[in-house]
Write a protein that binds this ligand. Structure first.
Ligand code: CUA
Length: 326
């Protein structure tokens, strides 16, 4: 084997080994090649479309790569002289028609299947008001805020009724940055773009589903995760009723502290923001309000649209941290 050819072969082999070992790591870290299980009718349809396209394209990949390897081996030069010209071929009408028509048919099959699944992905199934609910999702730096039909709110954990259509309004706030609401079990991502409202829906059995922010939104983007806690309807109704009755209560306050403030602050040491333990601000609604509403320096206006009750809820929880050693 000439030196140049041997070098190329070695370089190719090394590239293949490195690529395969990196993809193996990526594959393991990702929990496998396939997307996770779907838990909503629209996600099921996306999943089916994914499998359908994957099977077709996978078969084409094997066919093309198989033929390539086969031809490389079968038609290699062997002992023939380097200068020998191969046979000259012009036109093969039947073959040309075949390789035009077959791809057109495959593309038509993909398009038809996707258009068949699309309405069931976009449009929620019909449901009466008693069998559905609408939850508003706000993307803030760096937390999710959920507003329920009766005015109750929760932070980072959304509670939703099981086996019913849940309409989601994903709201981008004018004073905030882009975020993206993504619950992989329910299908696609929905961007929260300032000034826009995107709508989607899900219908899921009882269970907990992980949510993530899928848009780089700042220093704590990676920690902007959430949970969709799907429970029987009666439990959901009870949750939003109690939440509203306690709208300035310590339970919401604790969620705000751990879900909003603790993204950047600790009590006893500086983190992304300064340490907060012993700060008298934590017990004074009048002083903490402008800070939450307007932000300060690096701190975003995390509570720009919080109600009075939401701010009171925070202080009812944080006042315990206002004095040190107390
Ligand atoms: Cu919000 Cu990333």
């Amino acid at each position: 084997m000439p030196l140049g050819v041997r070098r190329t072969a070695l370089a190719t082999l090394a590239t293949i080994i490195v690529t395969l070992s990196f993809s193996a790591v990526a594959l393991a870290g990702n929990g496998g090649f396939l997307p996770g299980e779907a838990h909503s009718p629209n996600a099921h349809r996306i999943h089916r479309a994914f499998i359908f396209v994957s099977i077709l394209t996978g078969a084409i990949f094997l066919l093309v790569e198989g033929a390539l390897v086969l031809f490389i081996i079968k038609y290699r030069r062997g002992r023939r002289p380097r200068e020998l010209e191969g046979p000259q071929i012009h036109g093969a009408t039947r073959l040309e028609v075949l390789w035009t028509v077959v791809p057109v048919l495959i593309l038509a099959a993909i398009v038809s299947f996707v258009f068949y699944e699309l309405p069931g992905i976009v449009n929620p199934p019909p449901a009466s008001a008693a069998n559905s609910t609408t939850i508003t999702i706000e993307g803030h730096q760096y937390y999710w805020l959920f507003r329920y039909p009766n005015g109750a709110v929760s932070i980072n954990t959304m509670v939703a009724p099981a086996n019913q259509v849940v309409h989601e309004k994903v709201v981008g706030l004018d004073w905030d940055v882009n975020h993206s609401w993504w619950v992989p079990d329910f299908g696609p991502k929905y961007d929260a773009i300032p000034g826009r409202v995107n709508t989607t829906w899900f219908k899921a059995p009882a269970g907990d589903y992980v949510a993530r922010c899928a848009e780089l939104c700042g220093i704590q983007h990676a920690r902007m995760d959430g949970l969709v806690h799907v429970v029987p309807r009666a439990e959901y109704d009870l949750f939003i009723k109690n939440r509203l009755a306690n709208k300035s209560g310590v339970v919401l306050g604790q969620q705000e502290w751990t879900g909003v403030c603790e993204k950047c602050h600790r009590l006893d040491h500086a983190f992304i923001g300064p340490a907060l333990g012993g700060n008298p601000l934590l017990a004074e609604p009048a002083r903490i309000t402008p800070l939450l509403r307007q932000g300060q320096g690096q701190m975003p206006a995390v509570g720009h649209n919080w109600t009075r009750a939401q701010i009171d809820a925070l202080v009812s929880y944080t006042k315990q941290f206002a004095k040190t050693g107390g």
